[in-house]
Ligand binder design. Structure first.
Ligand code: NAD
Length: 487
């Protein structure tokens, strides 16, 4: 059985907080064990990252570029291996894992390309004074990652953090620590100096809290639940840390009567059921215009039934299990509450208990029809393969429905009417709106939330702002001596 160690100051060491097990959600068998960090290990990681920061910020940018290019190359050589680990650990279909590992590498490549373009400005100012600004790294960044896209989201954070000259401490989710540790191995091989990248594992409410409260940490980049993000804001406030938060979602998917129905059906199915619905930007609230509603729903149902559910390691699998038994039970209990509150089951709402899948955490893709928004399944982020569907009549009505959420991460509009697409996309309060397709996470394009979906934008050049401080340098070139008090 593979044992994974924590990574501090360039060494893989046994954490002092005990050991955890990593489970395959396909059959609930243990696939690996990992050492858990103690608070003393966190102290060590912070000390190491503080030293690493001094090394990395002073590494000439051309050398930084070369080292990160080495990392990109090593990652490309290891796509299959990392993808397999991700599939075994998260239950992602192998093709999806491969796509996500490659997407993570693309993000690294994007920020490598940005390193020598992180520029300052010269701003006109008072007579006799001359100003320039420079961007400097913030320091030690704690990168806290959820379990749904463990490798890819680590890459979203580590790439801009390192590109800007920071050092990092990665804390993966306890359910999915493996690919962050695999990444650490390749960081070492690529020549990233010791201490620049550290990985510690452990429960969020002990090790995570300790890390985000630590005096030696300057910046927190967090992705996870809104509730956790709010707790982290409080913990970070004592030492006024810089924070960026990518949080939960309950995104709207709007199909207008003039849409290409077939494409809208395919895109809406992928938009909710990709990664078994365990995506922050999952289009989990589906609104369909009244006069195409019946036609749309019957095609949506027929095609949902065709999704190939099964062992993630098989190439033909399109939807895998839910991450853990506990989470499977959570999903099911929210669905049951929704049904008690009036939701009508169009499909699913059941665990899959066929002979080949009964040991895993499999749930049928679930379609719930709602008459009222006053339903838990309309309001809460379920984070499973569950979509609610409702008809609407007018543009004004659907805009109101789409905005009726505490979240504001993403939204999709299906229409052939360009003017309508522009009107509706400007009326929805969310960070990413897609028209006639559901893809939001694209390197180079800003990704992040409005409202309780968080703040800060990742994936784009905006992330340079999240990982740098701006310094203003003001020179006096005026020949007259500076003596305002005539001393
Ligand atoms: P979570 O909030 O439970 O945990 C996320 C990470 O935070 C884990 O590493 C966890 O150990 C750590 N953590 C928990 N409590 C902590 C604390 N008090 N201090 C410091 N760290 C702590 O989230 P999850 O269940 O792993 O992930 C699912 C959630 O993530 C969903 O709400 C989803 O929408 C959200 N998410 C958002 C985005 C986005 O970009 N907006 C992307 C993916 C997932």
């Amino acid at each position: 059985m593979n044992e994974y160690k924590i990574f501090i100051n360039g060494n893989f060491i046994e954490g002092n907080g005990g050991m955890g097990e990593v489970i395959n959600p396909h059959d609930n068998k243990v696939i690996a064990k990992y050492y858990i960090a103690s608070k003393e290990d966190v102290d060590l990681a912070v000390k190491s990252a503080r030293q690493g920061f001094e090394k990395w910020r002073n590494t000439p940018i051309n050398k930084r570029i070369r080292i990160l290019q080495n990392l990109s190359k090593l990652l490309q050589e290891n796509v299959d291996k990392i993808a397999e680990i991700e599939s075994l650990n998260v239950g992602k279909p192998i093709n999806a894992s491969k796509g996500e590992i490659l997407a993570g590498i693309n993000v690294l490549d994007f920020y490598i390309g940005a390193i020598n373009k992180i520029m300052g400005e010269t701003i006109p100012t008072l007579p006799g004074l001359f100003n320039y600004t420079i961007r400097e790294p913030i320091g030690v960044c704690a990168l806290i990652v959820p379990w749904n896209y463990p490798f890819m989201l680590t890459m979203w954070k580590i790439s801009p953090a390192l590109a800007c000259g920071n050092s990092v401490i990665i804390k993966p989710a306890s359910w999915t620590p493996l690919t962050a540790i695999e990444l650490a191995k390749l960081c070492k091989e690529a020549g990233i100096p010791d201490g620049v990248v550290n990985v510690i594992t452990g429960p969020g409410n002990t090790i995570g809290s300790y890390l985000v409260s630590h005096e030696g940490v300057d910046k927190i980049s967090f992705t996870g639940e809104t509730k956790t993000g709010s707790e982290i804001m409080k913990l970070a406030s004592n030492t006024v840390k810089r924070i960026s938060l990518e949080l939960g979602g309950k995104s709207a998917n709007i199909v207008f009567e003039d849409a290409d129905i077939d494409e809208a059906v395919n895109g809406s199915i992928w938009g909710i059921f990709y990664n078994s619905g365990q995506s922050c930007e999952a289009r989990s609230r589906l609104f369909v215009q009244k006069n195409i509603y019946d036609k749309f729903l019957s095609a949506f149902l027929e095609k949902t039934k065709k999704i190939k559910i099964g062992n993630p390691i098989l190439k033909e699998t399109q939807m895998g299990p839910i991450i853990t038994r506990t989470h499977l039970n959570n999903v099911h209990s929210i669905v049951e509450r929704g049904i008690e509150e009036g939701a009508k089951v169009v499909y699913g709402a059941k665990k899959i208990e066929t002979e080949d899948l009964k040991d895993g955490n499999y749930y049928l893709p679930t379609i719930l029809e709602l008459e009222s928004t006053n339903n838990t399944c309309f309001k809460e982020e379920i984070f499973g393969p569950v979509v609610v569907i409702m008809p609407f009549e007018t543009e004004e009505e659907v805009i109101e429905l789409a905005n009726d959420s505490k979240y504001g991460l993403a939204g999709t509009i299906w229409t052939r009417d360009v003017k309508r697409a522009i009107r509706v996309s400007s009326s929805i309060r969310a960070g990413s709106i897609t028209v006639n397709h559901p893809l939001t996470a694209i390197p180079g394009l800003p990704f992040g939330g409005y409202k309780q979906s968080g703040f800060g934008r990742e994936l784009s050049l905006d992330a340079i702002d999240l990982f740098t401080e701006k310094k203003s340098v003001i020179y006096k070139y005026d020949e007259n001596p500076f003596n305002p008090w005539n001393l």
